[in-house]
Design a protein around this ligand. Structure first.
Ligand code: 8VR
Length: 469
């Protein structure tokens, strides 16, 4: 089987992780510009001031993407580049930059797939309460409208938010992302609701503009599985999926929050402050949502937790995705299993978990349109005789693309696959050590670009539409 002609083979990036030029051409300061400079917050104090300098080298980078045969480039827009203080004057130079990126893509026939929010919030808004403040919701909707009007004639694929669960939980429970708040479930749930509201209102506005593109959201897709058949562990996995999956997918795809979670947060006093009108907006927007974007890296293996809650992830080290700590509410724990394979950063490698998760998703939400918006392997790539021999990455992507193929055969409606990442880039908490790209960046030699083995491999896969997989 070949992947159909309208299936998009792509790769992704995010503004803060690639652009650099953090204070150039009128860009405002983002929460990450500030947070990454607090001692101890990032690996070896790395930050995105320069990142991989995509801001100045985008032409070279997009040319390489074209050479690879990439059909679509998923990138994000930096909000503070467009509206420096979050809610005030629009920065023409920012608009100009993304116009150039978009036009450069289109020059080669690469479809731009744009994320409006991949975590870099204008610092002014962060200081005013960030996602816990409804003002941020209004400011986001306005920013989104500015983008639709500036780019919507050429951009027909929009993602509102990237991984709400990550920036909200690491921001308000683990303290490992801005604003660095530890263990505040009330604020955590409030921030998630405000993001869903911003998503809903943005969709309503987008449809009114009649630009006839598609719009959706990207979520982490990390289904939880019980480690065995024990009832208490099966219940732990159920609980993990209600809080980690249903809480995020239900409001977007069904237009309402899951009853199980609502009941518990009510008892605990964590229910967000919301109005009937807001709940109504979320309900209405569900039918306007065109697709769901899934970022899949690994499943979670879950048991009933027996450790004190204080041992939940509360710092950088334990917040970078490896299993082994209790959930914030102390109900379940994620564990590393003897018989599974893991990456150097302790992320499980499981294409089977991917396929199984897709089946579960279909059961709950029906035949929705899906894009795999991120999937890939973080590694330290071996260099042999000057060549970057990233064979494990090829293997990883190959196995996950096979799972996508099987899912499509079963009738699951997947319309595109975006490898994370198109080029080596800054990891939020792991610096430049953790590589994901098809294109290598030489930090010892002027950030020069070099094609990896996977570059040629992905090129072949695209060209043959995955026939050999
Ligand atoms: C996703 C994020 C993306 C990347 C990839 C890979 C980290 C990283 C945590 O959660 O959307 O920005 O972020 O995962 O892993 O290392 O920077």
């Amino acid at each position: 089987m070949k992947f159909s002609k309208d299936f998009l083979f792509g790769a992704a990036s995010a503004s803060y992780q690639v652009e650099g030029a953090w204070n150039e051409d009128g860009k405002g300061v983002s929460n990450w510009d500030v947070f990454s400079k607090i001692p101890g917050k990032t690996f070896e104090g790395t930050n995105g001031d320069i990142a991989v300098d995509h801001y100045h080298r985008y032409k070279e980078d997009i040319k390489l993407m074209a050479e690879m045969g990439l059909e679509s480039y998923r990138f994000s827009i930096s909000w503070p580049r467009i509206i420096p203080n979050g809610d005030g004057k629009v920065n023409d130079k920012g608009i100009e930059f993304y116009n150039s990126i978009i036009d450069e893509c289109l020059k080669y026939g690469i479809v731009p797939f744009v994320t409006l929010y991949h975590w870099d919030l204008p610092q002014v808004l962060e200081e005013d309460g960030g996602w816990t403040n409804k003002k941020t919701v209004d400011a986001f909707v306005r920013y989104a409208n500015v983008c639709f009007k500036a780019f919507g004639d050429r951009v027909k694929h929009w993602i509102t938010f990237n991984e709400t669960i990550v920036f909200c939980s690491l921001g308000y429970l683990a303290g490992a992302h801005p604003p660095g708040i530890i263990n505040d479930p009330k604020k955590y749930f409030q921030s998630t609701h405000n993001v869903f509201l911003a998503h809903a209102r943005t969709l309503k506005d987008y449809k009114k503009l009649k630009q006839f593109g598609e719009i959706g959201i990207t979520h982490v897709f990390s289904p939880a599985f019980s480690v065995n058949e024990k009832e208490e562990n099966k219940f732990a996995a159920y609980h993990a999926n209600e809080f980690g999956l249903s809480w995020y997918y239900d409001p977007i795809l069904l237009g309402s929050y899951p009853e199980y979670v609502l009941k518990i947060i009510e008892e605990k006093g964590w229910t967000p402050q919301w109005t009937d009108e807001e709940i109504e907006d979320i309900k209405e927007a569900a039918s306007l949502n065109d697709f769901i974007g899934l970022n899949y890296y690994q499943p979670q293996r879950v048991i009933k937790n027996t450790e004190p809650i204080e041992n939940a992830s509360r710092d950088r080290e334990s917040s970078t995705g490896a299993a082994g700590s209790p959930s914030f509410d102390g109900v379940y724990s994620t564990v590393k299993m003897e018989d599974k394979k893991y990456t150097k950063w302790g992320w499980e490698i499981s294409p089977e978990g991917f396929l199984e998760g897709l089946r579960i998703l279909r059961k709950r939400y029906g035949d929705i349109k899906i894009y795999i918006t991120e999937n890939g392997l973080g590694d330290e790539d071996p260099i042999i005789d000057g060549e970057i021999m990233d064979v494990p990455r090829i293997k990883y992507i190959e196995e996950h693309l096979k799972a996508v193929k099987t899912a499509i055969k079963e009738g699951i409606h997947i319309k595109g696959y975006y490898a994370w990442s198109v080029i080596d880039l800054l990891s939020w908490l792991n610096g430049f050590k953790k590589q994901y790209g098809f294109i290598y960046v030489d930090h010892k030699d002027n950030l020069n670009r070099k094609k990896k083995l996977s570059f040629y491999w992905y090129k072949h896969i695209i060209k043959t539409r995955g026939e050999d997989l």
